[in-house]
Write a new protein. Sequence first.
Length: 438
Amino acid sequence: MRVAVVGLGRIGLPLAVQYASRGHQVLGCDINRSLVDRLNSGECPYDDEADLESKLAQTVAAGQFHATTDTTAAVSRSDTVVVIVPLTIHRDGSPDFGPLDSATAAVAAGLTAGTLVSFETTMPVGTTRQRLLPALEKSGLQAGRDFWLIHSPERVLVGRVFEDLARYPKALGGVDPESTQRGMAFYTTVLDHMVQVRDAETAEMIKLAETAFRDVNIAIANQLALYAAETGVDISEVIPIANSQPFSNILHPGVGVGGHCIPVYPHFIISNSEYVPLLRAAREVNDHMSSHALSLVRSELGTLQGKRIAILGLSFRENVKQATYSVAERLIEELRQAGATVLVHDPQFNEDELRAYGVEPAPLEHQPVPVDAAILQTAHREYRDGRLLANLAGCRLFVDGRNALDRGTVESLGLKYVGIGRPASLSPTSPRVSTVSA
């Protein structure tokens, strides 16, 4: 079977390679000419994605995978088209359909009778039927008669895409029963765990439900952490014991939530419904945590005007090289507004890459870097043994924004430690706020 995969980003490329590794002829489509050229030479652009480099090299060498910038031509030569172009949001939280609409128009221009089109992009409920179907029918073909249309949300994490494809069931639903059956016929050739759902709308909601649940759970953890700090309790001691009860599954608090999923997808529900105040509140709580981290710094330094603050970690998640909607961006903006000089360190990025993000690098691997305070934003493995932290020269406060480091390790370096929901002192005689009414 000939398969066109539209969008060769951190999820799209591994998907394309997965399909090619199962024997299909795959045309990968992307508007980035440099990326396409690198892929056709067998070069892997994402070196932190497990197994991608070897699988890509194998499929390119075998002639099973080829990349192109001409989406329309690739679609015209394909039996199945899988679209995985990201859907992001504007600053007000509304969806930015521009890139997805452009990709869909390119698909429509090359669409031929008998083609299956699958959208894996996470999107608001109803988008496949109400927005993308009419756009594809501009080809002159009719969905459910001349071509088949389904939605099948990706359910994987960057850095472990192939592992997650093998682990989690893949759901799909079509705009009509025949589309659903055609979709199942394709996906069972490339994945081992498939779940058929009633329709495209049900499939669209699955990923939204997953991410909204996680967002709310994190918000609960963050609010409990703020309450713990207020009462002098260490939240890191509370959560593991609370979770030993089978009905409790509290996640970990932190300085905020990054990545393409959780900061984005709940907005697809919030912007379309007045019945979700809990989801709206969860987004506000989690977005506020960066400001809370800065309040911890202010409590030690006073004004931030003229202070040098190091942010450790540009990536949105540990041990991956991706800064999409990273909390670091929010911290940088708020620190600059407060008059601070911001330095950023991330072992996943070199100094030129950090400068390309508009930040001053903190070369902790090579020399002491004078700072007044540091905030751990990403819990990369390189930070855990404390060796890089030893080069935070003159640092008066270390804010563990992920509660990921050992307090003793940090304090042995002469740094004052404070975490999210973790008091600076663990003395049993430290003052606590009374919440008991007479």
